[in-house]
Design a protein around this ligand. Structure first.
Ligand code: NAD
Ligand code: TYD
Length: 361
Protein backbone atom coordinates (compact mmCIF):
# COMPACT_ATOMS: atom_id res chain seq x y z
CA UNK A 1 0.00 0.00 0.00
CA UNK A 2 1.40 3.39 -1.01
CA UNK A 3 1.96 5.85 1.86
CA UNK A 4 1.50 9.59 1.38
CA UNK A 5 2.91 12.25 3.66
CA UNK A 6 0.73 15.32 3.15
CA UNK A 7 1.84 18.57 4.80
CA UNK A 8 -0.73 21.29 5.53
CA UNK A 9 -3.60 18.84 5.11
CA UNK A 10 -5.77 20.68 7.62
CA UNK A 11 -5.83 23.80 5.45
CA UNK A 12 -8.06 24.66 2.51
CA UNK A 13 -6.47 22.87 -0.46
CA UNK A 14 -4.79 20.16 1.61
CA UNK A 15 -8.07 19.03 3.19
CA UNK A 16 -9.84 19.02 -0.18
CA UNK A 17 -6.93 17.00 -1.60
CA UNK A 18 -7.16 14.42 1.21
CA UNK A 19 -10.92 14.07 0.61
CA UNK A 20 -10.29 13.73 -3.12
CA UNK A 21 -7.63 11.05 -2.60
CA UNK A 22 -9.82 8.94 -0.29
CA UNK A 23 -12.73 9.24 -2.74
CA UNK A 24 -10.45 8.11 -5.54
CA UNK A 25 -8.25 5.47 -3.88
CA UNK A 26 -10.29 4.54 -0.78
CA UNK A 27 -8.30 1.82 1.06
CA UNK A 28 -5.57 1.48 -1.56
CA UNK A 29 -3.49 4.25 0.01
CA UNK A 30 -2.46 5.47 3.44
CA UNK A 31 -2.24 9.18 4.28
CA UNK A 32 -0.25 10.78 7.08
CA UNK A 33 -1.24 14.42 7.47
CA UNK A 34 1.31 16.69 9.15
CA UNK A 35 0.04 20.10 10.13
CA UNK A 36 0.99 22.65 12.78
CA UNK A 37 -2.64 23.82 13.04
CA UNK A 38 -1.97 27.53 12.64
CA UNK A 39 -4.98 29.87 12.40
CA UNK A 40 -5.50 28.41 8.89
CA UNK A 41 -5.46 24.75 9.91
CA UNK A 42 -8.68 23.22 11.15
CA UNK A 43 -9.26 19.57 12.01
CA UNK A 44 -13.00 20.09 11.49
CA UNK A 45 -12.14 20.06 7.77
CA UNK A 46 -11.29 16.37 8.15
CA UNK A 47 -13.97 15.25 10.60
CA UNK A 48 -15.57 12.78 8.22
CA UNK A 49 -12.34 10.91 7.48
CA UNK A 50 -10.50 11.16 10.82
CA UNK A 51 -11.48 7.66 11.97
CA UNK A 52 -10.30 5.84 8.88
CA UNK A 53 -7.70 3.14 9.60
CA UNK A 54 -5.60 4.38 6.69
CA UNK A 55 -5.42 8.01 7.91
CA UNK A 56 -3.16 9.47 10.62
CA UNK A 57 -2.86 13.03 11.82
CA UNK A 58 0.41 14.30 13.30
CA UNK A 59 0.56 17.77 14.80
CA UNK A 60 4.00 19.07 13.91
CA UNK A 61 5.68 22.12 12.49
CA UNK A 62 7.49 21.56 9.19
CA UNK A 63 10.38 23.69 10.45
CA UNK A 64 10.94 21.15 13.25
CA UNK A 65 13.64 18.90 11.80
CA UNK A 66 13.46 16.25 14.52
CA UNK A 67 9.70 15.89 14.28
CA UNK A 68 9.75 15.56 10.48
CA UNK A 69 12.74 13.18 10.47
CA UNK A 70 10.91 11.01 13.03
CA UNK A 71 7.90 10.66 10.72
CA UNK A 72 10.18 9.52 7.88
CA UNK A 73 12.03 7.14 10.23
CA UNK A 74 8.84 5.53 11.51
CA UNK A 75 7.05 5.25 8.16
CA UNK A 76 8.07 4.11 4.71
CA UNK A 77 6.87 7.23 2.89
CA UNK A 78 6.36 6.83 -0.88
CA UNK A 79 4.93 10.21 -1.78
CA UNK A 80 5.26 13.64 -0.23
CA UNK A 81 2.67 16.25 -1.20
CA UNK A 82 3.80 19.51 0.32
CA UNK A 83 1.04 22.08 0.86
CA UNK A 84 1.99 23.54 4.26
CA UNK A 85 2.64 27.24 3.95
CA UNK A 86 1.63 30.66 5.10
CA UNK A 87 -0.68 31.50 2.22
CA UNK A 88 -2.26 34.94 2.52
CA UNK A 89 -0.72 37.91 0.68
CA UNK A 90 -2.19 40.57 3.00
CA UNK A 91 -0.76 38.86 6.09
CA UNK A 92 2.63 38.62 4.34
CA UNK A 93 2.62 42.38 3.79
CA UNK A 94 2.07 42.96 7.52
CA UNK A 95 4.30 40.18 8.86
CA UNK A 96 6.74 38.72 6.31
CA UNK A 97 9.04 36.81 8.67
CA UNK A 98 6.80 33.84 9.37
CA UNK A 99 6.42 33.43 5.58
CA UNK A 100 10.16 33.05 5.22
CA UNK A 101 10.31 30.66 8.16
CA UNK A 102 7.50 28.32 7.12
CA UNK A 103 7.66 28.60 3.35
CA UNK A 104 11.43 28.66 2.84
CA UNK A 105 12.93 26.94 5.91
CA UNK A 106 9.98 24.55 6.18
CA UNK A 107 10.41 23.46 2.56
CA UNK A 108 14.16 22.99 3.12
CA UNK A 109 13.43 20.74 6.10
CA UNK A 110 10.90 18.70 4.09
CA UNK A 111 13.35 18.28 1.21
CA UNK A 112 16.23 17.37 3.47
CA UNK A 113 14.29 14.79 5.46
CA UNK A 114 12.86 13.20 2.31
CA UNK A 115 16.33 13.11 0.74
CA UNK A 116 17.87 11.53 3.85
CA UNK A 117 15.14 8.87 3.96
CA UNK A 118 15.12 8.09 0.24
CA UNK A 119 18.78 8.37 -0.83
CA UNK A 120 20.80 5.22 -1.50
CA UNK A 121 24.54 4.85 -0.93
CA UNK A 122 25.39 5.59 -4.55
CA UNK A 123 23.47 8.89 -4.43
CA UNK A 124 20.48 7.60 -6.40
CA UNK A 125 17.01 7.40 -4.86
CA UNK A 126 14.86 4.45 -3.89
CA UNK A 127 12.55 3.36 -6.69
CA UNK A 128 9.16 5.04 -6.87
CA UNK A 129 9.68 7.79 -4.29
CA UNK A 130 8.24 11.18 -5.30
CA UNK A 131 7.97 14.67 -3.79
CA UNK A 132 5.44 17.17 -5.09
CA UNK A 133 5.85 20.82 -4.11
CA UNK A 134 2.60 22.75 -4.33
CA UNK A 135 3.23 26.31 -5.45
CA UNK A 136 1.48 29.31 -6.91
CA UNK A 137 1.35 31.28 -10.16
CA UNK A 138 2.12 34.40 -8.08
CA UNK A 139 5.85 33.58 -8.37
CA UNK A 140 5.70 34.81 -11.98
CA UNK A 141 4.66 38.33 -10.96
CA UNK A 142 1.98 40.33 -12.73
CA UNK A 143 0.74 40.24 -16.34
CA UNK A 144 -0.42 43.24 -18.37
CA UNK A 145 -4.18 43.64 -18.65
CA UNK A 146 -4.13 42.62 -22.33
CA UNK A 147 -6.11 39.38 -22.28
CA UNK A 148 -3.49 37.61 -24.35
CA UNK A 149 -0.31 37.20 -22.31
CA UNK A 150 0.00 34.15 -20.04
CA UNK A 151 2.26 32.53 -17.49
CA UNK A 152 4.16 29.57 -18.98
CA UNK A 153 6.52 27.24 -17.13
CA UNK A 154 9.34 29.16 -18.85
CA UNK A 155 8.17 32.60 -17.65
CA UNK A 156 10.93 34.12 -15.47
CA UNK A 157 10.13 34.43 -11.79
CA UNK A 158 9.32 37.97 -10.68
CA UNK A 159 7.52 37.80 -7.33
CA UNK A 160 6.28 41.03 -5.76
CA UNK A 161 4.70 40.25 -2.40
CA UNK A 162 6.56 38.73 0.56
CA UNK A 163 4.23 35.72 0.12
CA UNK A 164 5.13 35.15 -3.52
CA UNK A 165 8.81 35.89 -2.84
CA UNK A 166 8.84 33.19 -0.16
CA UNK A 167 7.06 30.71 -2.45
CA UNK A 168 9.50 31.55 -5.28
CA UNK A 169 12.40 30.87 -2.89
CA UNK A 170 10.90 27.54 -1.92
CA UNK A 171 10.44 26.62 -5.60
CA UNK A 172 14.10 27.49 -6.22
CA UNK A 173 15.15 25.17 -3.41
CA UNK A 174 13.16 22.32 -4.97
CA UNK A 175 14.74 23.09 -8.36
CA UNK A 176 18.18 23.10 -6.69
CA UNK A 177 17.50 19.64 -5.22
CA UNK A 178 16.39 18.40 -8.64
CA UNK A 179 19.47 19.84 -10.38
CA UNK A 180 22.04 18.97 -7.71
CA UNK A 181 20.91 15.57 -6.47
CA UNK A 182 18.46 14.47 -9.21
CA UNK A 183 15.96 14.49 -6.36
CA UNK A 184 12.66 12.94 -7.58
CA UNK A 185 10.39 15.98 -7.39
CA UNK A 186 7.83 18.01 -9.29
CA UNK A 187 6.62 21.56 -8.80
CA UNK A 188 3.10 22.68 -9.63
CA UNK A 189 2.26 26.38 -9.94
CA UNK A 190 -1.47 26.86 -9.67
CA UNK A 191 -3.77 29.84 -10.05
CA UNK A 192 -6.29 31.05 -7.41
CA UNK A 193 -8.43 28.28 -5.93
CA UNK A 194 -11.94 28.48 -4.51
CA UNK A 195 -14.29 25.95 -2.94
CA UNK A 196 -15.31 24.36 0.39
CA UNK A 197 -13.21 24.93 3.53
CA UNK A 198 -11.54 28.11 2.25
CA UNK A 199 -10.68 30.45 5.11
CA UNK A 200 -12.66 33.73 4.91
CA UNK A 201 -9.58 35.95 4.69
CA UNK A 202 -9.52 35.15 0.95
CA UNK A 203 -11.77 37.03 -1.46
CA UNK A 204 -14.51 34.50 -2.29
CA UNK A 205 -15.40 33.15 1.19
CA UNK A 206 -14.98 36.63 2.68
CA UNK A 207 -17.52 38.09 0.24
CA UNK A 208 -19.99 35.20 0.74
CA UNK A 209 -19.76 35.52 4.53
CA UNK A 210 -20.02 39.32 4.61
CA UNK A 211 -22.86 39.49 2.09
CA UNK A 212 -24.98 36.99 4.05
CA UNK A 213 -24.53 39.15 7.14
CA UNK A 214 -25.14 42.47 5.37
CA UNK A 215 -21.55 43.55 6.06
CA UNK A 216 -19.56 45.76 3.68
CA UNK A 217 -17.76 44.06 0.78
CA UNK A 218 -14.24 45.52 0.62
CA UNK A 219 -12.91 45.93 -2.92
CA UNK A 220 -9.23 46.83 -3.15
CA UNK A 221 -8.35 49.67 -5.52
CA UNK A 222 -10.52 49.86 -8.64
CA UNK A 223 -11.69 46.23 -8.42
CA UNK A 224 -10.36 45.57 -11.93
CA UNK A 225 -7.54 43.19 -10.96
CA UNK A 226 -7.80 39.82 -12.66
CA UNK A 227 -7.34 36.36 -11.17
CA UNK A 228 -7.66 33.00 -12.95
CA UNK A 229 -10.01 30.97 -10.72
CA UNK A 230 -9.89 27.18 -10.37
CA UNK A 231 -12.29 24.97 -8.43
CA UNK A 232 -10.27 23.24 -5.72
CA UNK A 233 -11.21 19.66 -6.72
CA UNK A 234 -9.75 20.30 -10.16
CA UNK A 235 -6.50 21.31 -8.45
CA UNK A 236 -6.52 18.15 -6.29
CA UNK A 237 -6.99 16.03 -9.41
CA UNK A 238 -4.18 17.85 -11.22
CA UNK A 239 -1.75 17.26 -8.33
CA UNK A 240 -2.53 13.55 -8.32
CA UNK A 241 -2.18 13.32 -12.10
CA UNK A 242 1.14 15.19 -12.13
CA UNK A 243 2.50 12.89 -9.45
CA UNK A 244 1.41 9.79 -11.36
CA UNK A 245 1.95 10.83 -14.97
CA UNK A 246 4.25 13.86 -14.95
CA UNK A 247 7.91 13.68 -15.87
CA UNK A 248 10.08 13.85 -12.73
CA UNK A 249 11.97 17.10 -12.34
CA UNK A 250 9.40 19.08 -14.32
CA UNK A 251 7.25 22.04 -13.38
CA UNK A 252 3.60 22.11 -14.42
CA UNK A 253 1.34 25.16 -14.41
CA UNK A 254 -2.26 24.50 -13.35
CA UNK A 255 -4.99 26.96 -14.25
CA UNK A 256 -8.63 27.25 -14.96
CA UNK A 257 -8.93 29.36 -18.15
CA UNK A 258 -11.26 31.31 -15.92
CA UNK A 259 -10.08 34.91 -15.79
CA UNK A 260 -12.33 37.30 -13.92
CA UNK A 261 -12.01 40.80 -12.51
CA UNK A 262 -12.54 41.05 -8.75
CA UNK A 263 -15.62 43.21 -9.17
CA UNK A 264 -17.12 40.63 -11.56
CA UNK A 265 -16.54 37.92 -8.94
CA UNK A 266 -18.33 39.97 -6.31
CA UNK A 267 -21.29 40.64 -8.60
CA UNK A 268 -21.54 36.96 -9.55
CA UNK A 269 -21.52 35.98 -5.87
CA UNK A 270 -24.29 38.46 -5.05
CA UNK A 271 -26.44 37.31 -7.99
CA UNK A 272 -25.86 33.64 -7.15
CA UNK A 273 -26.69 34.16 -3.48
CA UNK A 274 -30.01 35.76 -4.43
CA UNK A 275 -30.71 32.97 -6.91
CA UNK A 276 -29.99 30.27 -4.34
CA UNK A 277 -31.44 31.68 -1.10
CA UNK A 278 -35.06 30.57 -0.54
CA UNK A 279 -37.69 33.35 -0.69
CA UNK A 280 -38.38 33.11 3.04
CA UNK A 281 -34.71 33.14 4.14
CA UNK A 282 -34.12 36.27 6.26
CA UNK A 283 -30.56 36.59 4.92
CA UNK A 284 -31.97 37.62 1.51
CA UNK A 285 -32.63 41.08 2.87
CA UNK A 286 -28.91 41.49 3.67
CA UNK A 287 -27.60 40.67 0.20
CA UNK A 288 -27.24 43.87 -1.78
CA UNK A 289 -24.89 45.58 -4.26
CA UNK A 290 -25.00 48.60 -1.93
CA UNK A 291 -22.59 46.70 0.32
CA UNK A 292 -19.79 47.01 -2.27
CA UNK A 293 -17.21 49.37 -0.75
CA UNK A 294 -14.04 50.47 -2.52
CA UNK A 295 -11.15 50.58 -0.05
CA UNK A 296 -7.45 51.46 -0.25
CA UNK A 297 -5.56 49.26 -2.69
CA UNK A 298 -3.32 46.44 -1.51
CA UNK A 299 0.36 47.50 -1.53
CA UNK A 300 2.14 46.15 -4.63
CA UNK A 301 -1.16 44.65 -5.87
CA UNK A 302 -0.51 42.39 -8.88
CA UNK A 303 -2.80 43.37 -11.74
CA UNK A 304 -3.41 40.14 -13.58
CA UNK A 305 -2.66 36.43 -13.28
CA UNK A 306 -3.44 33.99 -16.09
CA UNK A 307 -2.11 30.49 -16.60
CA UNK A 308 -1.42 28.74 -19.88
CA UNK A 309 -2.11 25.11 -18.89
CA UNK A 310 -0.87 23.71 -22.24
CA UNK A 311 1.97 21.59 -20.84
CA UNK A 312 -0.12 19.78 -18.22
CA UNK A 313 -2.81 19.13 -20.82
CA UNK A 314 -0.35 17.76 -23.37
CA UNK A 315 1.90 15.72 -21.07
CA UNK A 316 -0.43 14.69 -18.27
CA UNK A 317 -3.85 14.88 -19.89
CA UNK A 318 -5.33 17.21 -17.24
CA UNK A 319 -7.87 19.91 -18.06
CA UNK A 320 -10.07 22.03 -15.79
CA UNK A 321 -13.54 20.50 -15.54
CA UNK A 322 -15.58 22.83 -13.37
CA UNK A 323 -16.89 25.98 -15.00
CA UNK A 324 -17.01 28.99 -12.68
CA UNK A 325 -20.82 29.23 -12.74
CA UNK A 326 -21.04 25.64 -11.50
CA UNK A 327 -18.12 25.85 -9.05
CA UNK A 328 -19.41 28.98 -7.35
CA UNK A 329 -22.84 27.37 -6.86
CA UNK A 330 -21.23 24.30 -5.29
CA UNK A 331 -19.12 26.55 -3.07
CA UNK A 332 -22.07 28.66 -1.93
CA UNK A 333 -24.16 25.54 -1.32
CA UNK A 334 -21.34 24.19 0.85
CA UNK A 335 -21.21 27.40 2.88
CA UNK A 336 -25.01 27.29 3.31
CA UNK A 337 -24.71 23.76 4.69
CA UNK A 338 -21.76 24.61 6.95
CA UNK A 339 -22.86 27.74 8.81
CA UNK A 340 -21.29 26.39 12.01
CA UNK A 341 -17.95 25.93 10.29
CA UNK A 342 -17.99 29.60 9.29
CA UNK A 343 -19.11 30.67 12.78
CA UNK A 344 -16.28 28.70 14.38
CA UNK A 345 -13.53 30.00 12.13
CA UNK A 346 -14.70 33.60 12.35
CA UNK A 347 -14.92 33.68 16.14
CA UNK A 348 -11.85 34.51 18.24
CA UNK A 349 -8.69 35.57 16.42
CA UNK A 350 -10.47 36.28 13.15
CA UNK A 351 -12.32 39.21 14.75
CA UNK A 352 -9.04 40.87 15.61
CA UNK A 353 -7.58 40.12 12.18
CA UNK A 354 -10.62 41.63 10.48
CA UNK A 355 -10.62 44.74 12.66
CA UNK A 356 -6.88 45.36 12.03
CA UNK A 357 -7.04 44.60 8.33
CA UNK A 358 -10.19 46.48 7.38
CA UNK A 359 -10.50 48.92 10.33
CA UNK A 360 -14.07 47.58 10.37
CA UNK A 361 -14.81 49.63 7.26
P1 NAD B 1 -4.08 27.44 3.92
O1 NAD B 1 -3.51 28.68 4.53
O2 NAD B 1 -5.55 27.26 3.87
O3 NAD B 1 -3.49 26.15 4.65
C1 NAD B 1 -2.15 26.05 5.03
C2 NAD B 1 -2.03 24.87 6.01
O4 NAD B 1 -0.63 24.74 6.36
C3 NAD B 1 -2.81 25.06 7.32
O5 NAD B 1 -3.47 23.87 7.65
C4 NAD B 1 -1.73 25.39 8.33
O6 NAD B 1 -2.04 24.98 9.65
C5 NAD B 1 -0.54 24.63 7.77
N1 NAD B 1 0.74 25.20 8.20
C6 NAD B 1 1.11 26.52 8.16
N2 NAD B 1 2.34 26.65 8.66
C7 NAD B 1 2.76 25.40 9.01
C8 NAD B 1 3.97 24.90 9.57
N3 NAD B 1 4.99 25.72 9.88
N4 NAD B 1 4.07 23.56 9.77
C9 NAD B 1 3.04 22.73 9.46
N5 NAD B 1 1.88 23.16 8.95
C10 NAD B 1 1.74 24.48 8.72
O7 NAD B 1 -3.44 27.37 2.48
P2 NAD B 1 -4.05 26.83 1.10
O8 NAD B 1 -4.80 27.91 0.45
O9 NAD B 1 -4.69 25.52 1.35
O10 NAD B 1 -2.71 26.61 0.27
C11 NAD B 1 -2.00 25.38 0.32
C12 NAD B 1 -0.78 25.47 -0.57
O11 NAD B 1 -1.19 25.75 -1.90
C13 NAD B 1 0.20 26.57 -0.19
O12 NAD B 1 1.50 26.07 -0.36
C14 NAD B 1 -0.10 27.68 -1.18
O13 NAD B 1 1.04 28.46 -1.42
C15 NAD B 1 -0.51 26.89 -2.40
N6 NAD B 1 -1.45 27.55 -3.32
C16 NAD B 1 -2.60 28.13 -2.85
C17 NAD B 1 -3.49 28.71 -3.77
C18 NAD B 1 -4.80 29.30 -3.30
O14 NAD B 1 -5.54 29.88 -4.11
N7 NAD B 1 -5.19 29.17 -2.05
C19 NAD B 1 -3.20 28.71 -5.14
C20 NAD B 1 -2.00 28.11 -5.57
C21 NAD B 1 -1.14 27.53 -4.65
P1 TYD C 1 -7.01 36.78 -2.41
O1 TYD C 1 -8.21 35.91 -2.27
O2 TYD C 1 -6.36 37.34 -1.19
O3 TYD C 1 -5.96 35.98 -3.30
P2 TYD C 1 -4.55 36.49 -3.96
O4 TYD C 1 -4.19 37.79 -3.40
O5 TYD C 1 -3.61 35.41 -3.53
O6 TYD C 1 -4.79 36.52 -5.44
O7 TYD C 1 -7.41 38.02 -3.33
C1 TYD C 1 -7.94 37.83 -4.63
C2 TYD C 1 -8.12 39.21 -5.25
O8 TYD C 1 -9.14 39.91 -4.53
C3 TYD C 1 -6.88 40.08 -5.15
O9 TYD C 1 -6.78 40.86 -6.35
C4 TYD C 1 -7.14 40.99 -3.96
C5 TYD C 1 -8.64 41.15 -3.99
N1 TYD C 1 -9.31 41.34 -2.67
C6 TYD C 1 -10.20 42.39 -2.47
O10 TYD C 1 -10.45 43.20 -3.39
N2 TYD C 1 -10.81 42.52 -1.25
C7 TYD C 1 -10.56 41.67 -0.22
O11 TYD C 1 -11.13 41.86 0.90
C8 TYD C 1 -9.66 40.58 -0.43
C9 TYD C 1 -9.34 39.60 0.67
C10 TYD C 1 -9.05 40.44 -1.68
Amino acid sequence: MRTYLVTGGAGFIGSNYIHYMFRKYDNEIRIINVDALTYAGNLENLKDIENRDNYTFVKADITDKEAIAKIFAENDIDRVVHFAAESHVDRSIKNPEVFVKTNVLGTAVMLNCAKAAWELEDGSFKEGKKFLHVSTDEVYGSLPDDGKSYFYETTPYSPHSPYSASKASSDMLVKAYIDTYHFPANITNCSNNYGPYQFPEKLIPLIINNALQGKKLPVYGDGMNIRDWLYVDDHAKAIDMVQEKGRLGETYNIGGHNEKRNIEIINIILDTLLEMLPENDPRRANVSKDLITYVEDRKGHDRRYAIAPDKIKKEVGWEPETMFAEGIKKTIAWFFEHEDWMKNVTSGDYQKYYADMYQNK
